[in-house]
Ligand binder design. Sequence first.
Ligand code: FAD
Length: 563
Amino acid sequence: MNAPVNVFAAATKAEQSLASTHEVVNVARELRDYNLFTQDAVLQQAVQREAAGWAQDELTAFGALTGQAEYRELGIVANHVKPELETHDRFGNRIDQVNFHPAYHQLMKVAFEHGLHSSPWTNPGPGAQVARAARFYMQAQVEAGHGCPVSMSHAAVPALRATPEVAKIWEPKITACAYDQRNVPDRDKQALVVGMAMTEKQGGSDVRSNSTQAFPVGAEGEGQLYELVGHKFFVSAPMSDVFLTLAHTSGGLSCFLMPRWRPDGTKNPLQIIRLKRKMGNASNATSETELRGALGWMVGPEGKGIRTIIDMVAMTRFDCMIGSSAGQRIATTLAIHHCTHRAAFGKQLVDQPLMQNVLADLALESEASLTLAMRIGRAIDHRADRAEELLMRFGTAAGKYWICKRTPNHAYEAMECLGGSGVMEDSPFPRLFRESPVNAIWEGSSNVQCLDVLRAFGKQPEGLQVYFAEVMKAKGGNARLDRWIADLRQEFADLGDLESRSRGLVDRMALALQAALLVQHAPAFVADAFCASRLDGLGERNLGALPRGVDCAAIIKRAAVDA
Ligand SMILES: Cc1cc2nc3c(=O)[nH]c(=O)nc-3n(C[C@H](O)[C@H](O)[C@H](O)COP(=O)(O)OP(=O)(O)OC[C@H]3O[C@@H](n4cnc5c(N)ncnc54)[C@H](O)[C@@H]3O)c2cc1C
């Protein structure tokens, strides 16, 4: 006869095995607190080199703030809970109110209180743009979307200064280091946010096709008040207190400063029709608007609207370079971090030779992007010098095109380093990936940037000499680069079909500039790897195909925050 089964003991065993199916091992962990400045050798060196060493202490403090895991969480939440439009209040009054998650406001508050929108204007001098760019770079690694209104507020100042009497009234509140999110008249606020409304349905790149009309209220011309009638198809940060916009007068396309509220405290009829449903850049609302007699002051000369607003656009293009460099940096950081903590086939991923190749290539791209962006930052700081002015003109167009264009593939490749978990919505990568094409498309899409490079050289042919003088500073430092520059010169011997060739040309010019900067300033293991992989004439290849002889481990170590 069988022994009686002890059902209670069996149940206990089952319960035990249900309670513990497996041990969780070999998984990465959340990147905890770190310092985005002191743990970024490339950034620190760029800041020193480009004359912003005086900002070291302030950047160290900002790096600690932006590196806090709790602070970075704001970026996640601000994108998770999307902005919502309320056109009217519950009583039926038109309010054009966009509600954001408090995390968005918190990010805006930090950015504005730290002068990311104003410090080069309120404290100009050597390194002013570079120091501000360094802070923007760190903040953009936390969250990219709110960078749009920060950037527009910063960029508006040079355009506003075209008409000193308008700038005198508005600039103090625009540059104030404070943030006031309330939907109230600007007269009741001490700090204002600026937006930009150029794009219309029938044309974004070609704003000459704008159909919005401006009618004088009294006297006509610069500094005078007009009523604007028309529409704008993309208006980001629609809760901004003022917008720079374009409209036609009898004298041609002109620039206007258009506030949300009229001076008498009533709402300016700049009406939000709906919010765009964007694939990325989710924290930042982008709207479609109609202008139904919205008041605006003319900024800059009548009929010279594009020339006036282009000063703003140039600065936002620079921020696109910084913003995309920041996207590359955080993607690289996260990929290296993951591979440091995850093993496969008997080794940590970061020690597997092929993964080392991928990670090192991601890091090279990221270093080259920031190095180029910061060099252009210095050119902006020194634009009183004619050569620096010309370099800035070329560099913002070419750099905006090149860095932003390289970012989506970089984001994707970094995502793949995390394997399947990288694709999951609770990983940081879907947000980084969705954000990655945006900078390339707005503020002048890729083709427009390449054509702008041609335009710059067409208008100021000495700019080409300035460009070659800049890259020749690295002469003799790397044989591949020397050959590349010599070949590039030959390209300009034949000026046929320039427009259709311009992407290829600008690609090569941007690469030469990045390589020249790295050869002069980066460790040899970085510069040589960059030249060997980008200037070898083998054509396009995927990331992770660095040639033999590259010291991948050294490149990864330089980029890692916790390796
Ligand atoms: C998320 C987001 C937010 C935005 N926020 C704002 C905002 O706040 N304010 C604002 O004013 N705009 C904003 N924009 C609009 C943006 O600036 C435009 O989408 C952009 O300038 C391109 O204009 P478009 O969409 O009309 O495209 P188009 O001008 O029709 O261009 C389409 C394509 O044609 C190419 N192209 C154009 N001209 C030429 C040419 N001569 N030769 C070859 N190729 C050419 C372009 O490079 C582009 O690839 C935003 C866009 C996005 C995506």
